[in-house]
Design a protein around this ligand. Structure first.
Ligand SMILES: Nc1ncnc2c1ncn2[C@@H]1O[C@H](COP(=O)(O)OP(=O)(O)O)[C@@H](O)[C@H]1O
Ligand SMILES: [Mg+2]
Length: 442
């Protein structure tokens, strides 16, 4: 065969170039009707399932399939793109095209052999996953239960297959685990660890770098690398913080009387000044929002950002009952003034008030206050009296991962701000509401 012919053959058979991971060999061969690939991130789950599905489409005239991505965007830029890379152009029916902007024409792949594959995503309502009977559905990542049920229904009459390819992270999946692992379950599980051996397409350096990056989030390490169902709790300070401590807009107790507070850790440098906007009712303290500087800022900028964010929530600075700010900071001081006074005046100015009308209180920084404050915060998470709004990304990352030591340095600023503002309230509750349990609060 001359080179041109080899080239032409390969263009027309991209699957011939695909070298599966040794860890996925069982999956690639499996004829199972319920298969779960539970694997670390970047182990090739999505790509292998796309390769297998493309192969099945080519081999099954008039086969009816569906691929379900996570979001509309991911269903195009990953799922559809991978499928496209495995389907020979000559196999595509007339008018069936793929573009990175819009995905497949009408989100439907049509082959000349009559096989089709619908592209869907989990962010569509369960109703949009209803419809036709199919020979197979591939779901990428943990689906919401109602979407999953619709997918299962699709394959009942044709006795079709369902594959799920996922890293058990980012979504509750206890229900999924129970279903897969219950006695007599029809599900086959393939688990794949991220490693050089299992991902030969990466260099050792790439593998090491990713392992290191993943180690920066100990909370999720075992899921990220091994595809474990649960993250192992390694040495983290806020062990009481979990998904139940995160609230959405709908869960805010806006009907109850509440007070507002702001906790500030001044810090030095980008991402280090953190202000937390909080509300508390009779029995719950909630961090609503975080204001983090993304460039080097002056107190005036910080103040404007804080007042602006209050405004976004529909409040004014004068609605805030208590502002607590760190006291030891060198860089941001004006001549002869303490940083809290400078920021207090800047806040007053930003809110159109006179100087010295806003007082930023110093936090409790006595001996042992950090440890004591952290314990209070952790206990409050366990009791259900302390919650964090889902928008507070930085604070949430810190709560999930912080442990004392050099690695914790970058994470501690939002935690300091949280301690400063919540400590006085939590302290009172610790004495007056000793028996509030999580169950009672929920
Ligand atoms: N068999 C393979 N050969 C070459 N590259 C691969 C293979 N499988 C996966 N990859 C590459 O590895 C990366 C991660 O693959 P992907 O399937 O997106 O991982 P996952 O879905 O497990 O996070 C992608 O860049 C993908 O192209
Ligand atoms: Mg993937």
């Amino acid at each position: 065969m001359n080179l041109d012919r080899i080239r032409a053959t390969l263009v027309d058979n991209p699957l011939a170039l695909f070298m599966p991971s040794p860890a996925m060999a069982d999956f690639m061969r499996s004829k199972g009707r319920r298969v779960l690939i539970r694997a670390g991130n970047r182990t090739g789950k999505t790509r292998h399932a796309a390769a297998k599905l493309a192969g099945l489409m080519l081999a099954t005239p008039n086969g009816r399939f569906r691929a379900v991505g996570v979001t509309y965007q991911q269903s195009i830029s990953v799922v559809s793109r991978y499928l496209h890379s495995f389907l020979p152009p000559s196999a595509l029916a007339a008018g069936c095209r793929f573009s990175l902007e819009n995905g497949w024409t009408h989100q439907l792949i049509r082959l000349t052999n009559g096989a089709t594959c619908e592209i869907r995503s989990q962010d569509q309502t369960a109703i949009s996953h209803a419809g036709s009977d199919l020979d197979g559905v591939w779901i990428d990542e943990v689906p919401p239960p109602d979407v999953f049920l619709e997918c299962i229904k699709r394959v009942v009459s044709r006795r079709g297959w369902v594959w799920c390819t996922l890293t058990p992270i980012g979504r509750p999946c206890t229900w999924f685990r129970r279903m897969v692992e219950e006695p007599g379950s029809p599900w086959e599980q393939v688990t794949v660890t991220f490693s050089r051996r299992n991902c030969p397409w990466y260099t050792q350096t790439q593998v090491d770098e990713w392992l290191q990056e993943a180690a920066a989030s100990p909370w999720a390490y075992r899921q990220t690398i091994f595809g474990d169902w649960e993250g192992e709790v390694i040495d983290r300070t806020f062990t009481g913080f979990d998904a139940d401590c995160i609230v959405t807009d709908e869960q805010l107790p806006v009907e109850e009387p509440f007070r507002l507070g702001i906790g500030i850790d001044h810090g030095e440098g980008i991402g280090r000044q953190v202000a937390l906007l909080c509300m508390w009712t009779e029995r719950q303290f909630i961090v609503l929002d975080e204001i983090v500087n993304t460039t080097t800022t002056l107190p005036e900028d910080d103040a404007r950002a804080i007042v602006g964010r209050l405004h976004d929530w529909g409040w004014a600075l004068t609605d805030v009952a208590r502002i607590v700010g760190d006291i030891n900071s060198a860089g941001k001081m004006g001549a002869g003034l303490k940083v809290n006074e400078v920021l207090g005046d800047a806040l007053a100015a930003a809110a159109g008030l006179r100087a010295r009308t806003i007082t930023i209180l110093p936090p409790d920084k006595g001996k042992g206050s950090v440890e004591m404050g952290s314990k209070l915060v952790n206990a409050a998470f366990m009791r259900g009296t302390l919650k964090v709004h889902q928008g507070c990304k930085g604070l949430i990352t810190s709560l999930k991962n912080y442990a004392p030591g050099p690695k914790g340095e970058d994470l501690k600023h939002p935690l300091d701000a949280l301690r400063y503002v919540s400590q006085p309230v939590l302290q009172t509750w610790a004495m007056s509401l000793p028996s509030i349990s999580r169950l009672r609060v929920r």
